[in-house]
Design a binder for this molecule. Structure first.
Ligand SMILES: [Zn+2]
Length: 303
């Protein structure tokens, strides 16, 4: 288009994806790891935190983490394809009677691989005695769910690197009834793009049939499909029930689309309260003012 400004962000995206999925660590990266992160080299905690692992690796890693002192693994439900949904609880080290509870989750969007990697890295740092982040276990009990959407994540490794949703086939009677009622009935449900629900559009927060919230879709073929009803998906149901059972004082969910900090809620473009206070706190500590300004200039992105 004439007059349109653009810049090339990746000259060869296909190659970049192939490189990121490479199975073995390069010798250059191993050297970097051993220089900067040699505290991972103990036998129980050894794990390559600079590689994107598949679900089999992650389940194996989570079992090994659960053998460490003060770490517990809880299976909180099953995905559509019967994979375990799990949380790792990394306990407070100070012996405080009622430690603060922090909940962190990753990977609700299958293709946002660095999110899953972040949760694994966070656990790795918390459990390692020589980590400079060990202080974060003082007075805090961490509840970390590294993979909210295991079926979708596995699918990004085996079939489609850019898959976002879960793997609900969307062919059950409830989905069909919901599609008809919302005026979004179409034959594409159950076929390639008509599979899956965008899990973070499926919570019972401003969920509406027919007239969906900003950024959600009633069409099953869309990447932001909201599902047949609020909490129709086993992943969101298990996730929300667990959070409600823990009642954490702080909650962080990691995504990798856009360099932004979002805080509740993003179904509308109005600033949430206490917006000014939060902006002040974040900007004082981390100088994120420019990032936050970006959030409010671009409310139409999918995160
Ligand atoms: Zn996301």
């Amino acid at each position: 288009m004439s007059g349109m400004n653009y810049r090339i962000m990746h000259s060869n995206l296909d190659q970049m994806i192939a490189d990121s999925a490479a199975e073995s660590a390069s010798s250059e990266r191993v050297i970097m790891n051993s220089q900067l992160f040699n505290h991972f080299e103990t036998s129980k905690t050894q794990y390559d935190y600079f590689k994107y692992h598949n679900m089999e690796d992650i389940y194996d890693w989570s079992d090994r983490m659960a053998e460490l002192d003060g770490v517990e693994k809880k299976v909180i439900g099953k995905s559509w394809e019967d994979r375990d949904l799990f949380v790792l609880i990394v306990g407070d080290k100070s012996g405080m009677k009622n430690p603060h509870k922090m909940f962190v989750d990753c990977g609700i969007h299958a293709r946002e691989w660095v999110s899953h990697a972040f949760c694994q890295y966070l656990v790795g740092q918390l459990v390692d005695d020589s980590s400079k982040f060990g202080f974060m276990r003082t007075g805090v009990e961490w509840h970390i769910m590294p993979v909210v959407n295991p079926d979708g994540y596995e699918f990004t490794h085996t079939n489609d690197r850019f898959w976002r949703k879960n793997r609900n086939p969307n062919t059950d009677p409830a989905t069909r009834a919901s599609q008809i009622e919302s005026g979004a009935y179409m034959s594409g449900c159950g076929e390639y793009r008509g599979i899956g629900v965008d899990l973070n559009r499926n919570y019972d927060a401003m969920w509406r049939l027919g007239d969906p919230m900003v950024g959600a879709s009633k069409w099953c073929t869309d990447d932001s499909y909201q599902g047949a009803s609020a909490f129709s998906e086993p992943e969101t149901k298990a996730h929300s029930e667990y959070i409600l059972s823990v009642m954490p004082e702080a909650y962080l969910t990691m995504h990798s689309y856009a360099e932004v900090i979002l805080f509740p809620y993003t179904y509308a473009i109005d600033a949430p309260r206490p917006h000014n206070y939060l902006v002040y706190e974040i900007s004082e500590e981390n100088r994120c003012v420019l990032i936050l300004e970006t959030v409010y200039r671009s409310v139409d992105h999918k995160h």
